[in-house]
Each structure stands twice: as structure tokens, then as C-alpha cells.
Ligand binder design. Structure first.
Ligand code: GZL
Length: 346
């Protein structure tokens, strides 16, 4: 909850800032007109700019179209974007899409009108971006994909900053196999339908599972990356497969935490009767592992603010960036969760 409050405060500050910027008259009409007798040459006027504040055109201006606030991971990513912008003095225009693609597309069009230097977007789903990305390209504004991919031609975005979701899924399957002794039935809580994070985590897990013929996925269903839906779907799975479920694989920790509630409500021991493997590495899953109620989390780093704004500044300076800037992450297990917990940043 603390993160959510911090995000709410920071995003309000940013949004007010953006609106002020957005509503203010363009700089040239707000500067006091020099009278003819005082007409000073342009250089003198520039010399008056406060030393600590770079002239407007040098300040990095960025628009960021965020997905929403569906999970603890998302709040951590938003905090990282807002906090880094605050720290390095970026003019950030931030939009919360409330998990709707049309809101993100509207925000991107607003950023184009505001003539920002760079647009960052975390695409809620992979498809439906080509038209608006072309509009940004035609306006000469580069797009950086952050944390999720978009199914568009490579020339429509400068680069992708994020994890290898297929590898995350493969790692989760290997961890589940170890926990079940290479044998058992699994249910899968999938992320948002159409999101690259969900599609690829499913692909990685199911591909790796082919190496374990005695392990089977009984059922898969989306929990939309939220704790509430994860609990709801797990309740249905427990009713549909009484006594048959040995493990639950959740595409994110929030859904796993919901599943843990459902397992306990059914009178079973999560982490023992049903093994729990998920992805993200948020604090809540470390607390569950420390309590013996979850077994493994595959980390997916949300603190992408520094990498994102470095890429944005490089693009503003006319440099190119790597097409895929990978975030590096680890795998964390129940055995070390108590010691890991104090070091977790999100
Ligand atoms: C992953 C990110 C996913 C997280 C979820 O990069 O897109 O979205 O795994 C979040 O927690 O909702």
C-alpha cells in the first residue's frame, strides 16, 4: 500500500506539472517583451536564464503512457519512472491508461501534439499500435517500448527495455519440476490476454514442460495480473480438480498471492500441499515465502526508470539505442526468502 500512496503522490505532482506545462502559454509569449530602448541582443537574454535551469529547449521532454495500477510490480515501475524523472529534472508528462489501450493511444496523440522529445509506452497488449506509432514517426518523435512489446515493424520503435519473458517462463517450469520431483499436475494463472508478458511466459513454461513427460497442465485461465482475479480463478480450479492439483504457476506474484488465499480457504497448505511458483519478485511474495506459503519467484525487474531516461536522452542527443535493452534478474526461493526480504527494493 505504501508504494501505491507514493505513486499516487508522485503522479499527482507530475500530472499537475504536466498540466501547468500543457496549459501555459508558449515560453516566447510569457517572457517580458523588452522595450525598444532596452532591446538587448538575444545572447544577453539567454544569459539571464537561471544557471541551474537549462534553457527550455535543452531540457528533456518525455511523454510516458503507462498501463495502469493492476499490480505491485506496476506500481514499482511507475514509482521508478516518476522518481527518476524528478531526480534528473526531466519534463515528464505521465498518463495512467487504466489498463485500456484506447487511453494509451489517446495519451500518445497528446504527447505528439505537445511535441515531446521522446515517447515511452508500456503496451497493455501487443497488437493495435501501428497507426499511432506511424503518427509519432511522421512527427519525428521516437518511441521506446518499456517492459512489454508491441507487434509492429522494427522501424516504428527505437528500442525495447525489458525482460526475457520466455526465459522467465522456462525458469519457472524448471523450478516447478524440482519442487514436484518431475511429476505432477499444474494449474496456470495467466496474465492479461494479449499481453506479451503473458504470451511469452506461457510459451516459455509450456515449451520447457515438454522435457518432463510426467508433468501436466490441468487448466489455464487469465487472472489479468490482479490478485482478486487470481484468487477467483484459483477457487474455480480447486472446485474443478479436487485433490488433483500439485502446483500452481502464476504469471505474476499478485495472482499467486490471490491463489494462496484461495488454497488456504479450501483448507489446504499453500507451499506444501500445492507448490506456488510465480514471476516478478515483489515484497509480498517474499513475505509469503518466508511464511512457507510460496516456493519460488522468478524476478522481473520493474525499476526501469534509469535505463529508460538514459535511452531517451541518447535519442534526444541524436544517438541510436540497442533494439533490446535487457534487464537482468535472478531466481529467489523459499529457503533464502527471510534473508532476501530486507534487501528488496519493491
Ligand atoms: C512485466 C509486466 C507485468 C508484470 C505484472 O514486464 O508487464 O505486468 O509481471 C504486471 O505484475 O502487471
Amino acid at each position: 500500500m505504501k508504494f501505491k500512496k507514493l505513486v499516487a503522490v508522485l503522479s499527482t505532482v507530475m500530472l499537475i506539472g504536466a498540466m501547468t506545462v500543457g496549459c501555459a502559454k508558449p515560453a516566447e509569449t510569457t517572457a517580458p517583451a523588452a522595450s525598444t530602448e532596452e532591446a538587448a541582443p538575444a545572447p544577453a537574454a539567454e544569459a539571464e536564464a537561471k544557471p541551474e535551469e537549462a534553457p527550455k529547449n535543452e531540457k528533456l521532454v518525455v511523454g510516458f503512457a503507462q498501463i495502469g495500477q493492476e499490480s505491485g510490480w506496476r506500481d514499482a515501475e511507475t514509482w521508478s519512472i516518476l522518481n527518476t524523472a524528478e531526480e534528473i529534472g526531466v519534463d515528464l508528462k505521465f498518463s495512467d491508461g487504466q489498463q485500456k489501450q484506447e487511453n494509451q493511444i489517446k495519451a500518445i496523440r497528446t504527447f505528439i501534439q505537445q511535441e515531446v522529445d521522446v515517447i515511452g509506452v508500456a503496451p497493455v497488449v501487443e497488437t493495435g499500435w501501428e497507426t499511432v506509432f506511424k503518427e509519432a514517426k511522421d512527427a519525428g518523435i521516437p518511441i521506446v517500448l518499456v517492459d512489454r512489446r508491441a507487434a509492429v515493424p522494427e522501424d516504428l520503435y527505437a528500442g525495447f527495455i525489458g525482460s526475457d519473458f520466455i526465459l522467465e517462463g522456462q525458469s519457472a517450469a524448471k523450478e516447478m519440476a524440482t519442487l514436484l520431483g518431475n511429476k505432477g499436475n499444474i494449474v496456470e494463472l495467466q496474465g492479461t490476454v494479449g499481453a506479451s508478458a503473458a504470451t511469452d511466459r506461457m510459451t516459455g513454461f509450456t515449451d520447457e514442460l515438454k522435457n518432463y513427460p510426467d508433468m501436466k497442465i490441468l487448466a489455464s485461465q487469465t487472472g489479468d495480473f490482479t490478485r482478486a482475479k487470481g484468487k477467483e480463478v484459483m477457487e474455480a480450479f480447486l472446485k474443478a480438480y479436487p485433490g488433483e492439483i500439485n502446483g500452481v504457476y502464476a504469471h505474476n506474484d499478485d495472482m499467486a498471492l490471490g491463489a494462496i488465499e484461495a488454497i488456504k480457504d479450501a483448507g489446504l497448505k499453500p507451499g506444501t500441499d500445492i507448490k506456488v511458483v510465480s514471476i516478478d519478485g515483489v515484497k509480498g511474495i517474499f513475505e509469503a515465502m518466508a511464511a512457507g506459503e510460496a516456493n519460488v519467484t522468478v524476478e522481473c525487474n520493474p525499476l526501469l526508470g534509469p535505463q529508460f531516461f538514459k535511452a531517451a536522452q541518447d535519442l534526444k542527443d541524436g544517438k541510436t539505442i540497442e533494439k533490446w535493452i535487457k534487464s537482468d534478474e535472478g531466481i529467489f526461493r523459499q529457503e533464502t526468502a527471510k534473508d532476501d526480504l530486507p534487501n528488496r527494493k519493491y
